[in-house]
Design a protein around this ligand. Structure first.
Ligand code: SAM
Length: 254
């Protein structure tokens, strides 16, 4: 996607760390409340531009991963003290284990149950025994609604405004789309417009819980107040001491 490749340097003008402060505080509380061991090390899958990391790194030692080298560069400039590793959350395997694993909006890029299960398995494989994983999808099938959103910021010599239009062409599948329009202005030049479609995954709460438990987590769904008018459903997986990842019960691919 352009936003995470050729347009990645514009990311800080689409989304800023300050917008993440309150929600990250809630996510940290959820992680801490469910953890069986103190969270001293945390792995983030799909860290993007590192906006959540800005807040999380004050609480523990963070390892940040993303499939996009361009987004990792953006995050490195905000979080130079954190380790950054390029990798796909479906297949990433690092040597170490972590007290916690955090997967925020990047989880939306898992489009099928098979992919979601792969990402959950990656989290499980990197959790130390007694560790905890938190998954924060923007929506579940139950909370999804068609909507538009807009925003953006002014930087030094460049500005961005965007319109995001979430809608669902086929309610029968596990995807919806976010049509994104970016208006980019640099220096004195007239703005130019970029468009792209993000395909995003949508799974029911029961699917989430089933996959988490099949992989080996003790799973729960938690209500978490996001923006003032929105309550999110987020998912917590606790890895019981001495548990190992289970094989799929059957092959589930969409
Ligand atoms: C909306 S951004 C994340 C923003 C992030 N929460 C922050 O604090 O800046 C979504 C990110 O998911 C990443 N992503 C998408 N698919 C991925 C995958 N399969 N594995 C790892 N990262 C992925 C993209 O490269 C992008 O950086």
């Amino acid at each position: 996607m352009k936003l995470y490749s050729s347009l990645a340097s514009w990311w800080p003008l689409l989304s800023s760390p300050a917008e993440y402060a309150d929600e990250v505080e809630k996510y940290w509380r959820l992680l801490s409340d469910h953890a069986v061991r103190p969270i001293e090390t945390l792995l983030e899958l799909g860290c993007g531009g590192g906006n959540s990391a800005v807040h999380l790194k004050r609480k523990c030692q963070l390892t940040l991963t993303d499939v996009s080298p361009h987004m990792l560069d953006v995050s490195r400039s905000l979080n130079p003290e954190c380790e950054h590793v390029e990798g796909d959350m479906r297949t990433l395997r690092l040597d170490g284990l972590f007290d916690g694993v955090f997967v925020q909006d990047a989880i939306q890029y898992m489009l099928t149950e098979r992919e979601l299960r792969q990402a959950i398995t990656t989290a499980f494989e990197h959790c130390a025994s007694g560790g905890v994983a938190l998954f924060v999808p923007d929506y579940t099938a139950e909370t999804w609604r068609a909507c538009t959103e807009h925003g953006g910021h002014d930087g030094e010599g460049r500005s961005l405004r965007y319109l995001q239009w979430d809608w669902d062409p086929d309610p029968a599948d596990t995807e919806y789309v976010a049509d994104m329009v970016y208006v980019l202005r640099e220096g004195e030049d007239p703005p130019h417009v970029e468009y792209e479609r993000h395909r995003l995954g949508l799974f029911s709460r029961s699917t989430w819980i089933r996959l988490l438990e099949e992989v080996g987590f003790r799973a729960s769904a938690e209500a978490c107040q996001g923006t003032p008018d929105e309550t999110r459903t987020v998912f917590v997986g606790v890895k019981a001491r001495d548990s190992v990842a289970r094989e799929p019960i059957n092959a589930r691919s969409a």
